[in-house]
Design a protein around this ligand. Structure first.
Ligand SMILES: Cc1cc2nc3c(=O)[nH]c(=O)nc-3n(C[C@H](O)[C@H](O)[C@H](O)COP(=O)(O)O)c2cc1C
Length: 197
């Protein structure tokens, strides 16, 4: 196995972190890797917002207070997310800019509704590629992460909180050193999910 495949196989979600601070240089290395992701028309329609200290804890409190307004299991998952955000030394929020949506509709001259659906999907895929790069780079540097998608349920509040009102909320990723060792969850054998035609 080469180092890239080793890193891909080693990555797993971690939801509880030690108190050890992350060097800002490591955060920047992880973000450089995220920023190298492929994107439709090389649009790079992502923004990364790094939260630490009081601002990060404020986000955790916002998520925790909003959790109560949802029925289970969303309320439980939101509370768990708030705990992960509290325990991590930093979190990286990812938002789409929506610039590809507006430029794309103009450029392609297709129906507005179809254009919006198409370019929004491209923006989501761009950000997903960037997030995966981020997770893998973090793993390669001995850091742990978890991709918190459940926060999409409160996307508007979070975008406002982040000061990114134009785009679309994608994910929040706590990043830090794992509180304890954990193993990878099992995955289906690849033979079950592949067909050669
Ligand atoms: C789009 C997406 C959304 C996710 N949202 C959450 C989440 O809200 N909370 C959480 O604890 N994990 C979340 N995860 C992590 C998954 O639970 C995790 O990737 C999955 O259980 C497989 O485990 P692994 O990452 O260790 O391989 C999310 C992952 C993805 C790709």
């Amino acid at each position: 196995m080469n180092d890239t495949i080793k890193t891909i196989k080693a990555r797993h979600s971690v939801r509880s972190y030690s108190e050890k601070i992350i060097d800002e240089k490591l955060i920047m290395q992880v973000l450089e890797a995220a920023n190298c992701a492929p994107s439709a028309h090389n649009s790079q329609s992502w923004r990364f917002i790094v939260l630490r200290g009081e601002k990060k804890d404020e986000l955790a409190r916002l998520v925790s207070s909003k959790a109560e307004t949802f029925p289970r299991p969303a309320s439980v998952l939101l509370r768990m997310s708030a705990k992960s955000i509290f325990s991590a030394p930093a979190v990286i929020a990812v938002a789409n800019t929506a610039e590809l949506i507006s430029h794309g509709i103009e450029l392609f001259k297709i129906k507005k509704e179809m254009g919006r659906d198409f370019f929004r999907t491209m923006e989501i895929q761009n950000s997903a590629a960037a997030v995966e790069n981020l997770l893998l780079a973090a793993t390669s540097l001995g850091l742990s992460t978890v991709w918190l998608g459940i926060l999409y349920l409160m996307k508007d509040e979070i975008l406002k909180f982040l000061g990114e009102p134009e785009g679309e909320f994608m994910a929040v990723i706590p990043i830090g050193y794992a509180a304890r060792n954990s193993s990878n969850p099992s995955k289906r054998p690849v033979s079950e999910v592949v067909r050669f035609l």
